[in-house]
Design a protein around this ligand. Structure first.
Ligand SMILES: [Zn+2]
Length: 452
């Protein structure tokens, strides 16, 4: 079957001073537009709150457009109408997403789980567009493909990206896929102040989809801070490029805890002011404007180690997707994971708690990155990817199905109380994840009903 596929391609930009200013102004215009639209929408929603649907009055698009232009003009902000139009389209998409089945379900779940007023308030706002702050270092605006282009160097290779009639130097490190078309693009500035352009490329590809009856090989993956545990022997897959221990444990790239924090938080962390760092991580305290300035100075080392991790995840996911027909991973609930463990019996010291909070945060980010790489690679090759319910995966014996707390006498040991099976607990969890993945497609051994 021929499918239309989308893939992201991201390139570093090197704008000169004037071009930087032009891009920064564009971020500002996009943010302002978005904020004005959000204000109008909030006002409309308030007005229509208790009004019957047929009698509700909403600001027409044309009027919104005029209000945005007027507001920018009175503030003396120069703008390109295309940027306003793009932002209006983006905002409309954000509104649609806000009421999608997925977001609504997630919001309702958060509302039902909220334990205090503050959480409840946050839960109600989940998925709604937010006000954008132009003093943040990280910025972006999106654009379609009108009026943009590329310039080539003397060797016929792309060297510049053209937008708003400016030719901005671009590092074309990776070719676009053949016969592809640019659908959308996003120009962004990261936390180190570097500029990028990301394209969503559309192209057609012939895909031979795997059907569950034809699954010949499957694998379960359990992602941890130090290792990525697999249910199959993967030691021969990576040659000597990536370290594999006990045939099943792929060495994960460690992200330094500090590199995950911004400069201000590192300072607090070093001063052992972990109580405050924790409060910030738990969203109980907001950082002031000074922090935004220091954010820019976030060291390049941290970005470098994040990029190395990304490369590693691309390599691992590519190899695994090529080799296996079905890939199963846990469906992690990072919200829960990053939430502090409230009311623990032992009440560990604040530093211990902070360290475990950070580990969860880092692991959560890694998990989403790795899972998304595996997911799109399976989509592009017709393989199967499944996220399984993670409940008790660390306590359930993959040999006999016994699920007891005592199966895990220690953090680093799995020993089944029923059948005596012993294994590395992470590998054991990967076995269980694989089995649940197979079960979800109606194949494989059914040991226990995982709903219990
Ligand atoms: Zn057992």
């Amino acid at each position: 079957m021929t499918e239309k596929l989308h893939l992201g391609y991201k390139y570093r930009l090197y704008p000169n001073k004037d071009q930087q200013q032009m891009l920064d102004e564009t971020f500002f215009v996009a943010n302002q537009t978005s904020n004005i639209l959000l204000t109008l929408w909030n006002e409309d929603r308030l007005k229509n709150k208790d009004v019957e649907k047929k009698n509700q009055a909403w600001t027409p698009i044309k009027e919104q457009y005029n209000i945005v232009q007027y507001s920018l003009r009175v503030r003396g902000v120069g703008y390109k109408t295309a940027v306003i139009q793009e932002t209006m389209r983006d905002f409309a998409d954000a509104k649609t997403r806000c009421f999608s089945k997925y977001t609504t379900e997630k919001r309702n779940k958060k509302i039902s789980e909220a334990t205090n007023d503050k959480e409840l308030e946050k839960a109600y706002r989940y998925g709604y567009p937010k006000f954008k702050n132009s003093s943040d270092i990280q910025q972006s605006f999106s654009f379609r493909n009108q009026g943009i282009g590329f310039e080539e160097n003397e060797y016929g290779r792309i060297s510049h990206f053209r937008i708003f009639s400016e030719k901005i130097k671009m590092k074309y490190h990776r070719d676009f896929p053949e016969n592809s078309e640019i659908k959308t693009l996003v120009v962004s500035r990261n936390q180190a102040g570097q500029y990028f352009v990301s394209f969503t490329m559309e192209f057609e590809k012939e895909i031979h989809y795997k059907i569950p009856e034809n699954i010949k090989s499957s694998i379960g993956i359990d992602l941890n801070v130090n290792t990525i545990a697999t249910s199959k022997d993967v030691s021969s897959l990576f040659q000597n490029e990536i370290e594999v221990k006990e045939l099943h444990l792929i060495q994960n790239k460690r992200i330094d805890r500090k590199s995950f924090l911004n400069e201000k938080m590192i300072k607090l962390f070093e001063r052992k002011n972990s109580k405050r760092v924790l409060r910030i991580l738990e969203n109980k305290e907001k950082l002031g404007s000074n922090f935004r300035k220091t954010q820019k100075k976030l060291n390049k080392k941290s970005l470098k180690s994040q990029n190395q991790k990304k490369d590693l995840y691309h390599k691992i996911s590519k190899t695994i997707v090529n080799k296996f027909d079905l890939i199963a991973m846990e469906d992690l609930n990072v919200d829960k994971m990053t939430k502090s463990a409230k009311g623990t019996v032992e009440k560990p010291g604040i530093d211990v708690r902070l360290k475990s909070e950070l580990n969860k945060l880092i692991l959560g980010a890694s998990f989403y990155q790795f899972a998304s790489f595996v997911e799109y690679k399976t989509q592009h090759t017709g393989k199967l990817f499944v996220k399984v319910d993670p409940a008790y995966s660390s306590l359930e014996c993959s040999k006999c199905g016994c699920r007891k707390k005592g199966n895990r006498p220690r953090q680093d040991k799995f020993c089944c109380l029923d059948c005596g099976y012993q294994a590395n607990p992470d590998i054991q969890a990967a076995y269980t994840i694989e089995q649940r993945g197979l079960q979800s497609f109606g194949v494989g051994m059914t040991l226990v009903d995982s709903k219990h």
